[in-house]
Design a binder for this molecule. Sequence first.
Ligand SMILES: Cc1cc2nc3c(=O)[nH]c(=O)nc-3n(C[C@H](O)[C@H](O)[C@H](O)COP(=O)(O)OP(=O)(O)OC[C@H]3O[C@@H](n4cnc5c(N)ncnc54)[C@H](O)[C@@H]3O)c2cc1C
Length: 293
Amino acid sequence: MKTYTATVLGSRQLSAHLATVTLGGLDDYPTTGIPDEYVRVLIPPVGSALALPQIDEAWNISYAEGAVEPDFRVYTISDHRVVDGRVQIDLDIALHDQGVGSDWVRRCRPGDEVGLIEPHGLYAAPSDVAWQLLVADITGLPALARILRGLSPQQKAVVHVVLTDAGDEIALPSPADVDVTWQVVAKETDICETLAEAVTSRDLPDADRYVWLAGEARASRAVRRHLRRELKWPQADFYTCGYWQIEAEKWNARYEEVAEVVQKKSAEVQREVGDDQGAYLDALDDIYESVGL
Ligand SMILES: Cc1cc2nc3c(=O)[nH]c(=O)nc-3n(C[C@H](O)[C@H](O)[C@H](O)COP(=O)(O)OP(=O)(O)OC[C@H]3O[C@@H](n4cnc5c(N)ncnc54)[C@H](O)[C@@H]3O)c2cc1C
């Protein structure tokens, strides 16, 4: 897996809780062209220089002797461009109470270095799909905005965004026919149910359709379950992705307790289902639920 060193070129406030960080200093950095492509950003601890790891294809990570290991955080590439022959990327990052990524955005200055790993995308709607439902909270908003920019005038997109502050509504330009609903909830713990209902309470078309949801992880799983188990949708018609975890500390602590079981069962399932991504994700849901995650 290739790693890159990027330099902070600047940052600016995009909305009440979203800040855009522009990274550059990249002779080359690929794009998948997939509009929700994301990157793992390697953030050195305060006061430490960036140490880049070696990462093999099986995701074994190793560092040089004595290196101070960076933290990894995942963000959408909201824009990828080439300026004077060098690549610049934008990350639109939600500022929440505290967290390695959120704190880094608050303190980063031009010239600071971070590491990047190659990007990867998940949105897989057919390019001519007639109708799509795009649902996000603040963390999915940068990807949603990029998806909308890439649609064509013949397409229809129904958009539902759940926020805790109306000050985070951003412009969502698109050539497509777009209906946007902004829903503001009182507190973060309301996001999960509200996001899920944006899909589960709706009548959905029988064909020529795509649903994409990015946001809180429990909502993502609830919607996935609804589409797969109740409506029997094929995996090709939707993608839901958990971007963050409410009460992550509780979830992480439980994961630590059951990690071995989860990894063993996941590997078994992977062998059983092969390339059937839908079956694999269904089985993962069951595994996580069976251990209380
Ligand atoms: C594919 C993908 C793409 C993503 N794209 C983006 C993006 O473009 N912009 C973006 O902002 N995020 C994005 N995220 C989500 C981001 O990676 C998480 O929010 C991450 O947890 C932030 O790291 P942190 O260090 O700030 O907080 P962490 O150290 O991970 O968590 C610290 C605490 O903050 C809480 N927390 C984490 N995120 C939030 C939040 N958004 N709101 C409220 N509380 C939170 C946790 O529950 C925990 O209690 C993406 C995630 C994925 C998987």
